[in-house]
Design a protein around this ligand. Structure first.
Ligand code: ME8
Length: 519
């Protein structure tokens, strides 16, 4: 039984509303999930929410609500965003769900029994805002701590620690022998540099319940709750384990789950995350998995951070890009296109409203939209919407783009894949200009040539719909409908030349991206 392709996103903290960065990451994962499905791979795509911990507890307190009531309210907004983005996620995890908490308790009990934890007194600095312990090394040259840590207090506290030092050598070996494990390569080098130049500090995996009670109680000591990152990282495995996944270690699967008859999902193929949480995913998570006897994920795919107009987005400066507002004004596919085309997976990006409008106008309205609209309008006008005999003039160039797009999608190179698809859009628009079907239509002796041109244009539009389905699902479906074809082009194999049958009646052309010049 073959394994399913398993892709995850970071699970977002529910201490506020979603912004551009959250939406971007989910769209990236969705395009990868859709493309794998279009290649015929069974796929499991997981996203969700990180609900425990101090950040969420404090946000709830600030609104005078119980933590769970606060999470339940916000979870609706976050789930709505997933629907608004047309994510094809198969599940949506909330770390407050019993299925997740049960597996986390099992993991903790297993690691505790195997001697991975010890109890010790910590004395030092603590940032409540970042929920992290700080040392002298974290001080800036002037002796203060970065304001991002908020108020830093001195603390003396007894906690449970996870022994990490013994894991350092094998982790370095693993990263060196699996170059694809952390992508892009410069992020891999960053992790290797860190591991080779530092001795890992043991990880504090508990918080005293007297100070923080919004978490999963440790199964072996009710005076403590689980550190939020230990809890959150486990979601990637707890969801399949709770469903009886055959890829998850047997002793983590609840007896009540029974054996799943579906192909395994664990280990994950891709964890899509932002650069700020790389250490958690590339250091702590593999060590946790190794300690619990679970196979490691194949890849941690690290994206950069979005800024707005060259500034960090922040509520206090009021420059946060609200994805929902953009989608309501411009449509979902305009949002998906801009973020995927503007930013490669890796570097930081900069959102500007002018840049967004420029891409909308040049690449969507005047590029793709114009091509489809004039191709189908001419077919309607000159041939009453009936597809002429098959012609192969643009077949070879189109097949080259199809092969290139597939190869790029297989390597998760989404921006480059869009560039490749747009080279075909540009080529087909040039073909209209060079062949001038509007002139051919005036000369009855050119009827055969006009048939050829109209076939090539309609068939390129159809194949573009197939290639675009992972990226711009709504647009892809609209192109199919305007071509008079049923359903959506969900299978990449439909990108073979010659799919449009002679005599087939197309539907009604309509602009895909209305011009917004007046706006
Ligand atoms: O870190 N641009 O949650 P989170 C791009 N709960 N991506 C951004 C971004 C920006 N401006 N701001 C945030 C957490 N992100 C944890 C994750 S996973 C087991 C637990 C990304 O809500 C960020 O890099 O702070 C992360 O991948 C995701 O949004 C969630 O961030």
């Amino acid at each position: 039984m073959s394994k399913r392709f398993y892709i995850t996103t970071a699970i977002d903290y529910v201490n506020g509303r979603p912004h551009l960065g959250h939406a971007y990451e989910k769209v990236v994962a969705d395009v990868i999930a859709r493309s794998r499905r279009s290649f015929g791979q069974e796929t499991f795509f997981l996203t969700g929410l990180d609900e425990h911990g101090q950040k969420v507890q404090q946000a709830a307190q600030a609104e005078g609500k119980s933590a769970i009531a606060y999470c339940d309210e916000l979870a609706i907004i976050w789930r709505d965003l997933a629907a608004k983005l047309q994510l094809t996620n198969d599940d949506f995890v909330r770390t407050t769900q019993p299925r997740h908490k049960e597996v986390v308790r099992t993991i903790l009990s297993k690691l505790h029994a195997a001697g991975h934890f010890y109890k010790a007194i910590y004395e030092g600095f603590y940032s409540a805002k970042e929920e992290t312990f700080l040392t002298e090394k974290d001080r800036r040259p002037d002796g203060t701590f970065d304001p991002a840590y908020g108020e830093v207090v001195r603390l003396q506290e007894e906690n449970y620690y996870f022994k990490l030092k013994d894991h350092q050598p094998w982790l370095i070996d693993h990263i060196e022998s699996h170059p694809e494990f952390i992508s892009p390569g410069y992020r891999r080098n960053e992790v290797l540099g860190f591991l080779k130049n530092n001795t890992l500090e043991d990880l504090c995996i508990s918080r005293p319940a007297s100070r923080l009670n919004w978490g999963i109680p440790l199964p072996f000591d009710a005076n403590y709750v689980t550190y939020v990152w230990f809890d959150a990282l486990s979601n990637y495995l707890s969801v399949p384990a709770a469903a009886g996944d055959s890829g998850a270690p047997e002793d983590l699967r609840p007896a009540s789950a029974g054996a799943s008859s579906l192909p395994a999902v664990w280990p994950a193929d891709v964890h899509v995350i932002g650069k700020d949480i790389l250490k958690f995913h590339a250091v702590y998570w593999p060590i946790m998995l190794r300690a619990m006897g679970a196979p490691l994920p194949k890849q941690v795919l690290v994206h950069g951070w979005w800024q707005k107009d060259g500034q960090r987005m922040s509520k206090s400066t009021g420059n946060v890009v609200d994805p929902i507002g953009v989608i309501d004004e411009w449509g979902l596919d305009a949002f998906r296109f801009y973020v995927l085309r503007e930013l490669d997976i890796g570097p930081d990006g900069n959102w500007t409203d002018a840049g967004f409008r420029a891409r909308y106008s040049a690449e969507l309205a005047n590029g793709l939209g114009n091509l489809v609209n004039r191709s189908l309008s001419m077919l309607k006008r000159y041939r009453n919407g009936a597809v002429p005999a098959v012609s192969t003039e643009l077949a070879a160039e189109t097949q080259k783009t199809v092969a290139e797009t597939r190869a790029l999608l297989e390597q998760n190179q989404l921006q480059a894949a869009l560039q490749s698809i747009w080279s075909l859009v540009t080529r087909a628009n040039q073909y209209v200009d060079h062949t001038a079907p509007f002139k051919l239509a005036k000369d009855p002796a050119q009827a055969g040539r006009l048939d050829e041109v109209l076939y090539n244009l309609a068939e390129v539009c159809r194949i573009l719909a197939v290639l675009l389905w992972p990226f711009l699902p709504g647009t892809s479906a609209k192109i199919y409908a305007q071509l008079g074809l049923a359903g959506e082009p969900r299978q990449f194999s439909a990108a073979a030349w010659g799919g449009l049958e002679p005599g087939h009646a197309i539907g009604a052309p309509a602009p895909l991206f209305p011009r917004k010049d007046a706006a």
